[in-house]
Design a protein around this ligand. Structure first.
Ligand SMILES: [Zn+2]
Length: 377
């Protein structure tokens, strides 16, 4: 069984882009699927997001919310370079300053653009749930420098370049379908942009934390931050705009295929129920397109139920984890998310199904969930 860690989502591994619809050849080659574009989802609310499913070089969605005396961002991009593009997009949306950045969870693709955002708006507050703040201070500080570092920039660029060469020579060369070939081509198209995004990337910790809830008051656009329970990570936060009925979920919900790496399966299911109960008009996922109905939430719940139904009895019967894939079938669930698209199916398996099976297996046996504790340095 192929194993990956949360590092895959911290910008330390690569993913790719595309498929539904036909991106132009030049867009694929110039890395256009990697960069974020702004989309208005409600008056005073915009989402900056990658235009197509982009599985290597992922950058978390950034939600830009206008309040009376300034802007609130939910999440901050994946690198200094992606943060610079976020700053430019935000300035094109509103002349108001960014006064607050809310971090939905600790993964680097939602945090590491803070260096550029705070360079533009140095007085902005940075808010995270208290466990997310601890994870940022320990897990991310083990991966990123605390100030700009030429050594880090050099080593990171070398590692990324080597990873792209590996994709070029191995994964892309072994692609079996047109969808996979196009996906890898889009991935490789982002190579130069991703390398250029590295310099200046450094970690900025949260400046304010909360445990269960925090309201960012405003007469027109109040924002209610809530920790609904563990789900994708131990410190997930959703942002609810009751007037606009917009709900921002972070990576508890990711579309078009889920990220299930080191999740907490039964708590994720309960948290998804709480998300479903919000009377939202627009749900903004952590990655992918905003949605206006509940069908995607239902598909996630069906996936969780199907995996638990098949995997839990096998785990309790002593079947080894590595034997589970051969003893289970999830064709219907794969088709529900990926259709006949082999590129999406590849990522559904890698980032969704395979890690979910592992977490469900561990939970059934009462083993620890989530990432391993960070060793003291
Ligand atoms: Zn993410």
């Amino acid at each position: 069984m192929k194993r990956i860690t949360a590092l895959a989502l911290c910008g330390t591994t690569l993913g790719a882009g595309t498929v539904h619809g036909q991106p132009s050849a030049s867009a694929l080659e110039r890395g256009q699927l990697y960069v974020q574009v702004a989309e208005r989802v409600s008056p005073g609310v915009h989402v900056l997001r990658q235009q197509r499913p982009n599985f290597a070089g992922v950058v978390g969605n950034v939600t830009v919310i206008e309040q009376g005396d300034g802007l609130v961002l939910v999440d901050a991009g994946a690198s200094h370079g992606s943060g610079l593009r976020i700053v430019a997009l935000v300035r094109a949306i509103s002349p108001k300053p960014v006064k607050t950045v809310v971090i939905t969870h600790w993964h680097g693709d939602h945090v590491m653009g803070l260096s550029a955002i705070l360079a533009a708006w140095p007085n902005a507050d940075v808010i995270a749930q208290e466990q997310a703040a601890r994870d940022i201070a320990t897990r991310l500080s083990a991966l990123f420098p605390s100030a700009p570092s030429a050594t880090y920039d050099h080593e990171r660029a070398q590692a990324l370049d080597a990873a792209y060469t590996d994709i070029e020579q191995n994964q892309a060369a072994q692609a079996r379908t047109d969808a996979e070939r196009e996906g890898w081509r889009a991935t490789l198209g982002a190579r130069d942009l991703r390398l250029a995004d590295v310099p200046g990337t450094h970690l900025i910790p949260a400046r304010r934390t909360f445990r269960d809830s925090l309201t960012l008051a405003d007469t027109e656009t109040p924002i209610e931050l809530r920790h609904l329970g563990r789900a994708n990570t131990s410190g997930d936060v959703v942002a609810w705009l009751p007037r606009q009925r917009v709900l921002v979920t972070g990576d508890i919900v990711v579309a078009p295929t889920p990220y299930m790496i080191q999740v907490f399966p039964s708590e994720l299911s309960r948290t998804l129920e709480r998300i479903r109960a919000y009377p939202f008009r627009v749900l903004v996922p952590g990655h992918g397109a905003p949605t206006r109905d509940r069908s995607y939430l239902d598909a996630l719940q069906r996936l969780l139920r199907a995996v638990r139904t098949q995997v839990e009895p096998l785990a309790r019967a002593g079947v080894p984890l590595d034997s589970i894939p051969a003893r289970t079938r999830f064709d219907r669930e794969r088709t529900a998310f990926a259709g006949s698209d082999t590129w999406l199916a590849y990522w559904f398996d890698l980032y969704g199904l395979t890690p979910l099976i592992e977490s469900v297996y561990n939970e059934a046996l009462g083993r620890p969930l989530g990432p391993a504790p960070v060793p003291p340095t």
